[in-house]
Design a protein around this ligand. Sequence first.
Ligand code: FMN
Length: 349
Amino acid sequence: MISDRKLAHLEICKNEDVEHHRTTGFEDIELVHRTLPEVNFEEIDTSINFLGKTLDTPLIISAITGGHEASKQINENIAIAIENTNIAMGVGSQRAGITNEELTETFTIVRDHARKAMIIGNIGAPQVEYAPKAIEMLDCDALAIHLNPLQEIIQPEGDVDAKGYVDSIRNICETTDIPIIAKETGAGIDGRDAKILEEIGVDAIDVQGVGGTSWAAVETYRSENPSLGNLFWDWGIPTAVSTIETIEATQLPVISSGGIRNGLEAAKAISLGASCAGMALPFLKHAYANPEKVEEKINQFTRELKTAMFLVGASNIEELKQKRLIITGKTREILTQLNIDTTKYARRI
Ligand SMILES: Cc1cc2nc3c(=O)[nH]c(=O)nc-3n(C[C@H](O)[C@H](O)[C@H](O)COP(=O)(O)O)c2cc1C
């Protein structure tokens, strides 16, 4: 049953090692320190406009859950915290709440507590026919279509027919009024697929690359034959590379996510050109606890981001996007192979 699977995913992610053994690549990217920042820390403005909403901090708590009784408290705790801090959250796949009305409340609890904050609905690419119901259920501000071919192929009950996603996503973009976000789940999006997604009409891309939660890893714990999951544990595109490739390939707003663990990494992603950052796993244990813990984590992230902004002399997010970055190591090597010029970031003012 979907509901049992949802609980298993939560428990595995809370208790086991589910992260990639490879990194995001953000360790190869450095913001350049200013000894004369000419900025008052107290006046730094981290707010952004994103898909028609204002966020006080450029952060989305990425899709985690819904669809099991245990999800309700988690979603409630996150919803209270995002309403208080005015950031965004995504819910987990709404399929369970659409096919079983008893589980709908595990999602609607989010809008009950987050009346003004940005809520992102979620449906899988194979189930886009549920999109209108998903939007209505939450009165959401945007809808994420999640793409997870890696998880589908590793999980025992996975849907391995990935033909037709492009047409069905195009159809949803043409028939839906709210913004559509194409969202990976931890294996990243490359420049070619980003371009296709832009051409078919998606409004934003959430790269969710390698360096954080690995869904091959999660499914390894549920599988009777873990060898396939172990082999593909680290499969995918590092988040820093996926972020840059997507920014280079499209004009779309980009959410940098997958292994982002603090406000400094988010500052790097935003300086590269991302609109905002997303984080899932780091919020899980806080969301199990209470809204205050989630809020503390959000405030810590904001403080880290603002500290990075202070040290590069950026008083707002637009200024952060113009600051110098040095890209070295493996990330530079990969980007050079992709014919992306990394020196232009170093040549900024
Ligand atoms: C317990 C858990 C459940 C998740 N469920 C969903 C889901 O239903 N839909 C989805 O699009 N992503 C889901 N994700 C994936 C996250 O949104 C995110 O893409 C991934 O965890 C990588 O980000 P991270 O490294 O910050 O955790 C889930 C993540 C976790 C930890």
